[in-house]
Design a binder for this molecule. Structure first.
Ligand SMILES: CC(=O)N[C@H](C=O)[C@@H](O)[C@H](O)[C@H](O)COP(=O)(O)O
Length: 224
């Protein structure tokens, strides 16, 4: 059975997403492991890690809780974050205590409830990456342990914002639904604001672990 106390370990804390796109110079599992160690040194209470190799590499260097996911391009669906139960189970076997799934309302290859159940049997909790309040409600109906605002702006029907989706966070809070805040939290002030809006914990990626993206922010600021 999954260890539910992992959510208590994460509560109120910072989870750092250590991911590198295939075209990034940082795309190397050793480097991802080093980014994870740097995040731990800075006080992260958990890590969000993409792909089997990176989850294994990070598990080998730290005991921090891992939220694992895959990013899989498929011809038959728009869903790309952990689209199948088999991927989720493998992530759990490699040491992810929480597996993140796309929990949007888009057509998917396998039913959410089945994927959640399979991952639980493998010993991990499930996070539902959502883009709207309705998707969060549906994810809880299907038995999710926590939802994350990850996919706001990444479905055509959700708010398309250049900043974090504070409105979605307020909606989740007002509906009494536990949530992780994630997506475009690009400064310490953003992270603190998300906690102030009732997030259980916050997940930050680009602003900490994507120097190519951060460099672009600075370059743009100099151009204007
Ligand atoms: C939409 C999607 O695929 N998000 C991914 C989910 O794991 C990551 O690429 C993000 O970096 C992560 O969600 C953190 O967000 P931000 O990098 O904005 O702090």
């Amino acid at each position: 059975m999954p260890d539910r106390t992992v959510l208590e370990r994460l509560a109120g804390g910072l989870i750092v997403s250590c991911q590198a796109n295939p075209d990034s110079p940082l795309r190397d599992s050793y480097i991802i492991g080093q980014l994870a160690l740097a995040a731990e040194r800075g006080g992260a209470v958990g890590l969000r890690i993409q792909g089997f190799e990176d989850v294994a590499a990070v598990r080998a260097v730290t005991d921090l809780p891992i939220i694992g996911l895959t990013k899989t391009d498929r011809d038959d669906t728009e869903v790309y974050i952990t689209p199948t139960a088999a991927e989720g189970v493998r992530l759990a076997e490699l040491g992810a205590q929480i597996v993140a799934f796309d929990a949007t309302s888009r057509p998917r290859p396998e039913p959410l409830a089945d994927m959640f159940a399979a991952v639980r049997v493998a010993g991990a909790l499930v996070m539902g990456d959502i883009s709207t309040l309705d998707e969060a409600r549906a994810a809880y109906d299907h038995g999710v342990d926590i939802v994350s605002t990850t996919l706001s702006g990444y479905t055509p029907y959700s708010r398309q914002l250049a900043r974090a989706d504070w409105e979605l966070m307020r909606e989740l809070r007002d509906a009494g639904l536990s949530f992780a805040a994630e997506g475009r939290l690009n400064s310490p002030a953003d992270a603190a604001q998300a906690m102030g809006l009732g997030a259980s914990f916050v997940v930050v990626g680009s602003a900490i672990t994507r120097p190519d993206v951060i460099t672009g922010w600075f370059r743009q600021a100099l151009e204007t």
